[in-house]
Design a protein around this ligand. Structure first.
Ligand code: AMP
Ligand code: GLY
Length: 435
């Protein structure tokens, strides 16, 4: 594993890759540090533009990223989304003489397979005794075996496209015939393109979900606050899946005892497993968990932070994030003290009408300046030349608030939203309803 000693006595030039609410939150937090000399975001949004310099560079355009890094003397790159990691951006930096001394927060390609391939993740969990749902995986060559395996399971049936499918690759079906038809459509008719060349079929786990966020330098780890995300578009967790409609942190049912179980049965074996398998990892591990009875089981790994979970987790981090990232890159994370704000944080995502299906863009967003009790994290929003801020995506803005309790924080976010407007604005009115 390569070890790079950053010039820790100097202030840093930092580049964040991405353009969502997660990246605005990273920028907001990093900009608070005295150690951050200049901050760039590629490509960024209207929120990042107000506190950093946006660069018109795509997150997977490695050559253009290289030019930007050299031009702006970047010391540290924080990778927001999974795509560049799965495509090997960290390896690209290590293999380039001009870039290899630049620190990258995000794992190398081999470990990014934990998110890039469901089968790889399942095999990793099996190898390291990490609790997860029983499974088998299939390709079009043994689709008949897949049908037989489905016959042995009880409904609902869980089918997962092996590769990245923009959060749409998991199907949960109640009907056996429908499950078989979908399996065929994924494997034989390439429903999710190359992502469904392989399909993992797994046991359905019945329980309540939460996410655990871990920082690692490849040697040690630190656990960040838990969060719970609301993925469905409709109230009462109904309707289509989205990127996430809101989040709360901490998760009220994650007691000390339960968190200890997560640490011992999931986090430790995961970090140890990365070492044993010789998978270098400097970055975030986002572990999707489900509480079955009293025990945690892993649903998935992501090799980045969650969105909108970042919008509630980072506001609760009191420690200087530049120092945390520097320690990760220097493999001295064990020396860092992670301080957490005791208050709860919640976020409500404002989305474009129609999302997660077709929606219109370019709607003017008004009233942001009237929000004083919450933090407005921009997502699919951009600033026009005339200074107006307009919608540019499905998820438009995340409204984060603190509270002594999470209901208090949620109430504040809803009150703040009253000030905001754009045509066909939609949001869930029930974030936290189940807790
Ligand atoms: P994933 O993309 O793997 O996070 O799956 C998307 C969603 O599907 C999860 O957030 C869960 O709600 C659900 N899910 C995935 N796997 C299972 C499982 N084995 N049992 C129950 N629900 C699951
Ligand atoms: N909010 C879920 C995710 O970022 O994958």
């Amino acid at each position: 594993m390569s070890r790079r000693i950053l010039k820790s006595f100097l202030d840093m030039n930092i580049l964040i890759l991405g353009s969502g609410g997660r990246e605005h939150t990273f920028a907001w937090k990093l900009a608070q540090s005295d150690r951050c000399k200049s901050l760039f975001v590629a490509p960024g949004n209207s929120g990042t533009e107000a506190i950093a310099t946006n660069l018109n560079v795509g997150v997977t355009d490695f050559e253009a990223i290289k030019i930007a890094v050299l031009e702006h003397h970047i010391d540290l790159v924080v990778v927001g989304p999974e795509d560049p990691l799965v495509q090997g951006i960290h390896d690209f930096f290590l293999q380039d003489n001009e870039l290899k001394s630049v620190a990258v927060i995000g794992p190398q390609k081999a470990a990014a397979e934990l998110e890039g391939s469901k089968e790889f993740a399942k095999e990793f969990m099996m190898r390291h005794n990490i609790p997860t749902a029983a499974y088998e995986s299939f390709t079009k060559d043994n689709v008949e075996d897949g049908y037989k395996f489905l016959d042995t399971l009880k409904p609902p049936y869980v089918l997962k496209a092996d590769g990245l499918a923009a959060g749409k690759g998991v199907l949960i079906l109640n009907d056996l015939q429908e499950a078989k038809d979908e399996l065929k459509s994924m494997l034989v008719d390439a429903k999710f393109g190359d992502a469904s060349t392989k399909v993992v079929i797994e046991e359905f786990l019945d329980g309540i979900e939460l996410s655990c966020f871990v920082l690692t330098d490849g040697k040690d780890y630190k656990i960040l606050p838990t969060a719970k995300d609301y993925k469905r578009i409709g109230e009462g967790d109904t309707g289509l899946n989205t990127g996430g409609m809101g989040a709360v942190s901490p998760v009220p049912f994650a007691t000390k005892e339960f968190l200890d179980k997560i640490e011992n049965s999931v986090v430790k074996p995961t970090v140890e497993g990365l070492k044993k398998d010789n998978l270098p990892y400097v970055g975030f591990i986002f572990i999707g968990l489900i509480k079955v009875g009293d025990d945690p089981k892993v649903i998935e790994y992501n090799v980045r932070m969650g969105d909108p979970e970042t919008e509630v987790v980072l506001p609760r981090l009191k420690t200087d994030l530049v120092e945390v990232f520097e320690a990760m890159a220097n493999q001295s994370l064990s020396a860092i003290n992670i301080e957490i704000d005791e208050r709860a944080a919640t976020t409500i995502m404002l989305v474009s009408g129609g999302y997660p299906e077709a929606y219109e863009k370019g709607k003017e967003i008004t009233g942001i300046e009237n929000i004083t009790d919450s933090i407005v994290f921009h997502a699919g929003a951009k600033a026009q030349e005339d200074g107006k801020i307009v919608t540019s995506g499905g998820r438009v803005m995340a409204i984060t608030s603190y509270g002594n309790t999470y209901p208090e924080a949620i109430k504040k976010s809803y009150q703040s939203i009253e000030n905001l407007h754009f045509d066909k604005m939609n949001y869930r009115k029930d974030i936290g309803f189940d807790l």
